[in-house]
Ligand binder design. Structure first.
Ligand code: ES4
Ligand code: ZN
Length: 326
């Protein structure tokens, strides 16, 4: 359609993408074979059939299991480049990608192996597509503060290649307050800060992310809409929300795309963006997220232009580079 063509032609930044969540079943099988790793699925179709989630934890259990096929620097390069190829095809010109080092170091894969492979993939994507990217190191919030500090220490030699830190995994029961000290340490090292909040957790967790983690960007943030004063604060301060429509529906945080609040967010003056989260698990890359939201919610070309513009304004690119993309 006309809208689909318009979306395809819009240059975009992707600001909420877990690189481990871009592991397509085909690559999972190829890496399992290459590394001699057993996987509990007989076929690609069987893997896709298992991707039927009732909530975030359902998904996380399968997502962490899938990551077990990732073993070598080459694997992380291949994973990242496969994502960048898909992103470039959707008009993504800049991506700020999350990685979860603890998912790998807990299995005996060295931090350096993970980050070197990802950096190789990022360099390849820039050479191949002109697509620029940054890395955001996420702490797994179901693990301890002490483990987060140990991960930050492992990142020390790589700090000039890491744009910021994030907070992901099981939200409810692991409020931002648990990581206030590690985020303060990260800030002291010059790192930007983002956090998943208000995906499944209550508006109070968004308040904590703002006041205790001093976040530069809010990942998801959907449940902020339940708190009018919080919504007004996010709008007034120009906080970027990295919204993930297909993720919200797949994880049953939004009943269907027909009732997704992306348009309500824009009407309330929030700097919302559209992103893919874990595209291999949730049924589509960034273009599909734009298309699904646009068709279900009747987004106009002006709305879509605003969403893409917000993605650059909310990025961690220097002001001159943001301006060059607007
Ligand atoms: C995630 Cl959708 C989502 N929420 C929280 N943590 C995550 N890690 C990967 N995807
Ligand atoms: Zn996420």
């Amino acid at each position: 359609t006309d809208i689909d063509a318009f979306i395809a032609g819009l240059p975009k930044a992707e600001l909420h993408l877990h690189i481990e969540g871009s592991l397509e079943p085909e690559l999972m099988f190829a890496l399992a074979e290459r590394n001699g790793v057993a996987i509990p699925y007989a076929s690609v179709d069987e893997v896709r059939a298992a991707y039927d989630f009732s909530n975030l934890q359902d998904f996380l259990d399968i997502y962490y299991a899938g990551a077990d096929v990732l073993r070598t620097r080459q694997d992380f390069h291949d994973l990242a480049l496969a994502y960048f190829d898909r992103a470039a095809a959707d008009g993504v010109v800049h991506a700020e990608i999350f990685f979860d080092p603890q998912t790998h170091t807990a299995r005996g894969i060295a931090f350096d192996t993970v980050i070197q492979g990802l950096l190789d993939g990022m360099a390849a994507a820039e050479a191949k597509h002109g697509l620029t990217s940054k890395l955001i190191l996420c702490f797994l919030r179901h693990l301890s503060e002490e483990e987060a500090f140990a991960t930050l220490a492992e990142a020390e030699p790589w700090l000039d290649r890491i744009a910021g830190v994030g907070l992901d995994s099981s939200e409810v029961g692991h409020p931002p307050a648990k990581f206030a000290r590690v985020f303060a340490a990260a800030a002291g090292k010059g790192l930007k800060r983002v956090a998943h909040a208000g995906e499944e957790g209550p508006p109070e967790y968004v308040h904590e992310a703002l006041d205790l983690l001093h976040i530069d960007r809010l990942d998801h943030g959907n449940r902020s809409l339940e708190d009018a004063a919080l919504t007004a604060r996010l709008a007034r301060t120009g906080m970027t929300l990295t919204v993930c429509p297909l993720s919200n529906v797949k994880l049953c945080n939004v009943a269907s795309m027909d009732v997704h609040p992306i348009d309500a967010m824009l009407r309330q003056g929030l700097r919302a963006t559209i992103n893919s989260d874990d595209p291999a698990y949730f049924g589509g890359y960034v273009g599909e997220n734009y298309r699904a939201a646009a068709h279900a919610r009747g987004l106009s070309k002006d709305d879509l232009t605003m969403l893409a513009r917000n993605s650059f304004l909310g990025s961690f690119l220097p002001d001159a580079d943001v301006a060059a993309h607007l």
